[in-house]
Design a protein around this ligand. Structure first.
Ligand SMILES: [Mn+2]
Length: 353
């Protein structure tokens, strides 16, 4: 199996006797366990999955090809026991997911520790056919939910009401959870890239920004659409929207296998800057998506990533004008051998209500 053989390579590469995986999304990725508490210790010859009493039955069903251990002691105690049983002297751990407290305790237990960065994340960068199919279903659920929401989007309804409605529709479509609280931001509030829905009611002349995602078997989708409500700012709305749409199209065109993520970002950013909105686009152009709503690759000016076949990420430029409003258009793309497929299908042109 690709995943475990690559991890074994990491074991020799990092000169450790075993790797401790505590990031729960990585645990799920490697073992199939969908619960919220468990960890892995992977040695050269033995993959071990550890959880507690609550997940005993679930683990038996979900976790294949791992030795399952049900622990009744605290994390560091358990790691210490396993380390001595399997003669692990040097243990690699995920630097981002162990607390300082746990780290100190493990040190006290005389285990040699080696911090690992991006070990499983690097595997998760490239999606398998099964993963891609889950993401596609997550997208379909999100899009169906939004289509059903449309008739509720009108003057007088509040951001909060629309957000609750959309979350309910996502669940009706089959999502077991949502990747993040739905964003609905109207009028001036659409200039806040990550606004929380409030009791503000939609009114004529508002931009209304929706950012939401679906779920399928633990995989997420993420998309944004901005609509305009007819009113005195329609001309300005159209102008801002067409700049963002144009920027997005440029980034979509740039997103080819072998292209540096920083160049994909630049394709959108340089255009927005040339239109005079440089300081109104402060976030990255996109991010990978999968078991986490934000994962590698990073699509930003600082990114060291390169688009490769099998990657799935968002392209989401925006312009946010304080005191007026903002637009973001976000779609999910899949890098194929010879180009790119846009996985999201909702129309990208400006919808005027
Ligand atoms: Mn996003």
């Amino acid at each position: 199996m690709r995943k475990s053989s690559l991890l074994k390579r990491s074991i020799s590469e990092f000169c450790v006797d075993g790797i401790l995986i505590t990031d729960i999304a990585n645990v799920r990725y490697l073992s199939g366990f969908t619960g919220s508490s468990g960890f892995l210790i992977i040695t050269k010859n033995r993959p071990i999955f550890v959880t507690d009493f609550r997940y005993q039955e679930q683990a038996k069903k979900e976790v294949k090809s791992f030795k399952i251990i049900i622990q009744n002691v605290e994390l560091t105690e358990c790691i210490k026991k396993l380390a001595s049983k399997y003669r692990i002297q040097k243990l690699g751990f995920e630097a981002h997911s162990i607390s300082y407290q746990t780290y100190k305790k493990l040190l006290r237990d005389n285990i040699k520790l080696r911090a690992l960065f991006d070990t499983v994340e690097a595997l998760r960068l490239i999606k398998s056919r099964e993963e891609l199919s889950c993401i596609k279903t997550a997208i379909r659920r999100a899009e169906n939910a939004f289509k059903k929401l449309r008739r509720f989007i009108k003057v007088g309804v509040t951001e909060h009401e629309l957000a609750i409605k959309l979350e309910g529709l996502l669940r009706e479509e089959g999502c077991k959870n949502v990747p993040f609280g739905v964003i609905v931001a109207a009028g001036l509030r659409s200039a806040l890239p990550h606004a929380q829905p409030t009791n503000k009611a939609l009114k004529r002349g508002d931009f209304v920004l929706f950012d939401w995602g679906g779920e399928c078997d633990g995989y997420y989708s993420d998309m944004t659409r901005t609509v305009a409500i007819k009113g005195r700012y329609l001309q300005k709305h159209k102008e801002l929207y067409s700049i963002v749409l144009n920027a997005q199209e440029r980034a979509l065109k740039a997103a080819q296998p072998g292209t540096k993520a920083a160049l994909i970002d630049a394709a959108a950013r340089d255009f927005i800057a040339a239109q005079g909105y440089k300081k109104h686009f402060g976030h990255g152009t996109g991010h990978g998506i999968g078991l986490a709503v934000h994962e590698r690759p990073v699509i930003s000016w600082q990114s060291k990533d390169t688009a490769e076949e099998g990657m799935v990420f968002t392209i989401e430029p925006g312009i946010y004008v304080p005191g007026f409003g903002g637009v973001r258009i976000e779609d999910v793309v899949h890098i194929k051998k010879n180009g790119l497929a846009v996985l999201t299908t909702l129309p990208r042109n400006l919808k005027v209500l």
